[in-house]
Unconditional design. Sequence first.
Length: 220
Amino acid sequence: AQPVIVAIDGPSGTGKSSTSKAVAAQLGLSYLDTGAQYRAITWWMVNNGIDIEDPTAVAAVAGKPDIVSGTDPQGPTITVDGVDVAVPIREQDVTSKVSAVSAVPEVRARITELQRTIASSADGGIVVEGRDIGTTVLPDADLKIFLTASPEARAARRSGELKGADLHTTREALIKRDAADAGRKTSPLAKAGDAVEVDTTDLTLQQVIECVVTLVEEKR
Ligand code: C5P
């Protein structure tokens, strides 16, 4: 089969990560979680005392941290300056700050370059998930998917992941983050004109995976 590049975008709680990992594993492709990269740079900013409300301060150090992503869908990894940050980047503190950091153009330029390098060196093909993969990072992707779901479904999935988190609080935080991601100037969350939209509200994860696998197979 030809190496295939798949872009999967959409807001949080639509099952992007679970779907992307499973599709990549099933088809023998690499996998890149671009949200983890934005979380990793945010983690570094917080750890180094950078005022994340100050875009100039964030921009000035955007090139400093060395962010490395392992692209095996069976066990993706993420390190910053050699430190494994897979766990701390999921904490609430990072989650609440990541939209501000990822809105800074210098941050996006830096991370986008990393993403393109990884995608072009994935010999067998890759599934890349994020917010702007189909529109900006990999506009020539072989297949673009845009996952959606109702706010209720998304909040329910997220609070399931967070084990016991309050549904209302989760829903509010998620809506706020999506609005920030969709409303920013540089490379906002958006569906590419040539993306296939899949509404996952009433689908099981297995159904979404099967749908995407079928779409990829049609492209190969
Ligand atoms: O996918 P995840 O929820 O881990 O993404 C965390 C954050 O990273 C998003 O809310 C968004 O601010 C940022 N992000 C982005 N562009 C991407 C992927 C993620 O701006 N391609």
